[in-house]
Design a protein around this ligand. Structure first.
Ligand code: KG4
Length: 333
């Protein structure tokens, strides 16, 4: 079955055509980064308007690049939660119109479940159960993926997401927005022990995480150096921050896999593209003999193919929405 899918939860407008959940026929993404860079972060009102401007053209482009017509589409899938409410509404409203006019089912998809499903596209052999770390600009959580539509949260950040931490430190360093990838690049030539950054533990919760302390500590180092007129070693701060974030993520995920008795571990979300985190996961998985699934960077960030993939499994499970479907800014998995 062919699914036309949409993703507009933050600052990427995306449309894709996928077949039977695993095969991507087209995957179109229009990033709004340039529009938000001036402000150092996503401006929700600008994001909503940009989605409305782009989504019709992107839907047509996705169909054209896939080489299929509107009549070939069997269902519409759309991200309906969580995310920026106005941005989500742009996608949900368009998807409702598309499903109604084509006379096909409308399948709502949770954004985080979509990120997990990026792994099904990258690794055709992967099937639940497995443990998945989802780390993005707005979310950081560890999930027990028991089935394609049976996902339980094992641990989550108590405050900032890992991506938020990368972005805010990058901004303080004057690197621009979004800063995660730029900071990652910078870290490659740095010394990861040059700056002491905290590793937070949450009392009574082995799998929950906290990133606000490490974010504040890194920003304090930058502000302190600036006040004293000292030269910052930017690559080393980037490397030290990447190491601190990786140290918070990797052992928790490995421990969750041990606890659940799973042999497969996957990672997802924009921050999963980080070189240090990927290297640490590779080493940890090798040490404990578990299989590791890490999608290519293009599938880590927001895209609509992952929504089409999860949408297929939701469709098989009987998930449907009618024209009363609403967007939700926050919603548990
Ligand atoms: O999944 P995503 O595209 O959007 C959300 O759903 O949030 O993730 C975006 C986040 C941003 O915070 C961005 O700075 C971060 O992922 N990011 C990275 C890297 N590439 C993107 N963070 C660290 N290292 C990277 N290579």
């Amino acid at each position: 079955m062919l699914i036309l899918s949409f993703e507009t939860s933050c600052d990427e407008t995306a449309a894709a055509v996928t077949r039977d959940g695993r095969c991507v026929l087209s995957d179109e993404i229009l990033s709004q980064c340039d529009r938000h860079a001036l402000y150092g972060g996503v401006v929700p009102e600008i994001a909503s308007r940009a989605h409305v401007e782009a989504i019709t053209g992107l839907a047509d482009l996705a169909l054209r690049r896939a080489g299929v017509g509107r009549g070939d589409i069997g269902a519409i899938a759309v991200t309906y939660a969580p995310g920026l409410i106005g941005a989500l509404l742009a996608g949900v409203s368009f998807a409702k119109g598309a499903a109604f006019s084509l006379g096909v089912p409308l399948v709502p998809v949770h954004h985080i479940a979509g990120h997990i499903a990026a792994n099904y596209i990258a690794f055709p052999e992967l099937a639940p159960p497995f443990v998945c770390l989802i780390v993005s600009g707005g979310n950081s959580l560890i999930a027990d993926v028991r089935g394609y539509t049976d996902i339980r949260v094992v641990g989550r950040t108590r405050d900032d997401a890992a991506g938020e931490c990368f972005d805010k430190v990058a901004r303080a360093l004057g690197l621009g927005y979004p800063g995660g990838a730029l900071l990652d690049e910078l870290a490659r030539s740095g010394n990861d022990r040059a700056y002491k950054l905290p590793r937070a533990a949450i009392e009574g919760s082995a799998y929950d995480m906290s990133f606000s302390g490490v974010k504040s500590a890194a920003i304090n180092i930058i502000n302190g150096a600036r006040a004293r007129g000292e030269q910052m070693d930017k690559p080393s701060l980037a490397a030290s921050l990447s190491a601190a974030i990786s140290d918070a993520l990797v052992p928790r995920v490995m421990s969750a896999a041990r606890l659940l008795g799973y042999g497969n571990i996957a990672i997802a979300g924009g921050v999963a593209a980080n070189a240090r985190i990927r290297k640490d996961f590779e080493r940890a998985a090798l040490e404990c003999g578990r299989s590791l699934y890490m999608p290519p960077a293009a599938l880590c960030g927001d895209n609509a193919a992952m929504i089409g993939c999860q949408g297929y499994y939701e469709f098989l499970a009987g998930t449907r929405a009618d024209m009363s479907l609403n967007a939700q800014a926050s919603l548990e998995l």
